[in-house]
Design a protein around this ligand. Structure first.
Ligand code: KG4
Ligand code: ZN
Length: 336
C-alpha cells in the first residue's frame, strides 16, 4: 500500500510517498527555518503563507521522486494535530482537495505519533510494545507504546519541552534560532563539570520533567557574570546545560523502563538528534542489556515520511476521516 503523506504543522512543508509504513519511496522537505531565524522563533502567519506557496511543488516533487502518479496512490495521510493551527490547516485542506479529486481514503495522523513512527522506517524489526521518550520542540513525554495506535502517557514536562529548553538556553548563550543543534556542537567542545546547574525534580511525579528552573539558572549565571564583568566560557556552559538535560531525561526514562518492565527503548522527536542524549542512552542501554532504537539524524526533525509510516498503521486500524476533517492545535497522543 502506497501512501502520499503531507506534513505542515510547524515550519517545514513536507511530502513523502511511503509503502506499507516502512519503505520510503520519496521524502521532500522545504524548511522555512532561515526566514523565521531573523525573528528568533517561528512566526505562525509567515509559516502558513509559506506552506500555501510551497505545498503543491513539494507534493509534486515527492510524487515525481517516487515515480508514481496520484492514481497509483492508495491513500492520503496528513498531519492534523497538534501544531500551529494556521499551518496545520494548509496541509489538511490540501489533503482534502486531493481526496476530493481522487476519492482515495483520507488518513489523519497525530504529529507525535509520526515522530515515533520514524523509528519504524529506520528499524524494520521494531514493533510495539516499547517504552518511548518523545523529545521535540513542543513536546516531552514518556509514553508506553502498547500498539501502533495505542498509547499511554506515563510522564510529561510540567513547563518547557526539552527542545524549547535547548532553544531558550541557546538563545541566552547567543546562538541563532533554533539553537539546540548549535548548543549541541558547542557542548562537544566543552567541559560539563565547570558550571554547576540544577536538576529540577517534580515532587511526587517521578516520571515528569521540569526544565524552566534549569533555563533560568543559565540566564541568571550569564546575567551575574556580565554584571561582574566576568567572561563565561560558552562551550563549558553549553556542556553543563546539555549534561543536565540529558541526566533529567535519561534518569526518568531508565527508571520508568525498570518500573514498567520494558527492555525495548525508543527515542523520538527533534531532540533525539542530540549527541549527548544519544551517547548516554547508548551507554546505559548497553550496560543494562536493553535494545535501544533511535531515528537516524535525517528522520529526527519534522518530515512527511514519518507521517506516511504512522498513516499506514492508522489505516490498518480503520482510522480514516471524512471531508469534514479539521486541524487541531492541541491534542493528546492517546486521544481516540
Ligand atoms: O521534532 P521537531 O523537529 O519539531 C517539533 O515537532 O517540535 O523538534 C525541533 C526541536 C528544536 O527545539 C530543536 O532545537 C531541537 O529539536 N533540536 C535539538 C538538536 N537538533 C534539533 N536539540 C538539541 N540537540 C540537537 N542536536
Ligand atoms: Zn515535530
Amino acid at each position: 500500500m502506497k501512501l502520499l503523506a503531507i506534513e505542515s504543522s510547524c515550519d517545514e512543508t513536507a511530502a513523502a510517498v511511503v509503502e506499507n509504513g516502512r519503505h520510503v519511496l520519496s521524502s521532500v522537505i522545504n524548511s522555512q527555518m532561515e526566514e523565521h531565524r531573523q525573528y528568533g522563533g517561528v512566526v505562525p502567519e509567515i509559516a502558513s503563507r509559506r506552506h500555501t506557496e510551497n505545498i503543491i511543488a513539494v507534493t509534486q516533487k515527492a510524487l515525481n521522486d517516487a515515480s508514481v502518479c496520484l492514481e497509483e496512490i492508495d491513500g492520503i495521510a496528513v498531519t492534523y494535530a497538534p501544531g500551529l493551527i494556521g499551518a496545520l490547516l494548509v496541509g489538511v485542506n490540501f489533503a482534502k482537495g486531493l481526496v476530493l479529486a481522487t476519492q482515495k481514503p483520507l488518513i489523519p495522523v497525530h504529529h507525535i505519533r509520526g515522530h515515533i513512527a520514524a523509528n519504524y522506517i529506520a528499524h524494520p524489526e521494531l514493533e510495539p510494545p516499547f517504552l518511548c521518550l518523545v523529545v521535540s520542540g513542543g513536546h516531552s513525554h514518556l509514553i508506553e507504546v502498547l500498539g501502533y495506535t495505542k498509547f499511554r502517557i506515563i510522564g510529561r514536562t510540567r513547563d518547557d519541552a526539552a527542545g524549547e529548553a535547548f532553544d531558550k538556553a541557546a538563545r541566552a548563550m547567543g546562538f541563532p534560532y533554533p539553537g539546540g543543534v548549535f548548543l549541541d556542537q558547542a557542548a562537544r567542545q566543552g567541559d560539563p563539570s565547570v558550571y554547576k546547574l540544577p536538576r529540577p525534580k517534580v515532587e511526587g511525579s517521578p516520571y515528569d520533567f521540569s526544565f524552566s528552573g534549569l533555563k533560568t539558572a543559565v540566564v541568571n549565571l550569564l546575567h551575574n557574570a556580565s554584571q561582574k564583568g566576568e567572561t563565561v566560557e560558552i562551550n563549558n556552559l553549553a556542556a553543563s546545560f546539555q549534561q543536565a538535560v540529558v541526566e533529567i531525561l535519561s534518569s526518568r526514562f531508565l527508571a520508568a523502563a525498570e518500573q514498567f518492565g520494558y527492555k525495548k527503548l525508543v527515542i523520538a522527536g527533534g531532540v533525539s538528534a542530540n549527541s549527548g542524549l544519544r551517547k548516554r542512552m547508548e551507554d546505559e542501554c548497553k550496560r543494562r542489556g536493553y535494545a535501544l532504537y533511535q531515528p537516524p539524524l535525517s528522520l529526527c526533525g519534522d518530515n512527511a515520511a514519518m507521517i506516511g509510516a504512522q498513516g499506514y498503521y492508522e489505516f490498518l486500524a480503520g482510522h480514516t476521516a471524512g471531508l469534514d476533517l479539521n486541524g487541531v492545535a492541541s491534542l493528546p497522543i492517546d486521544a481516540e
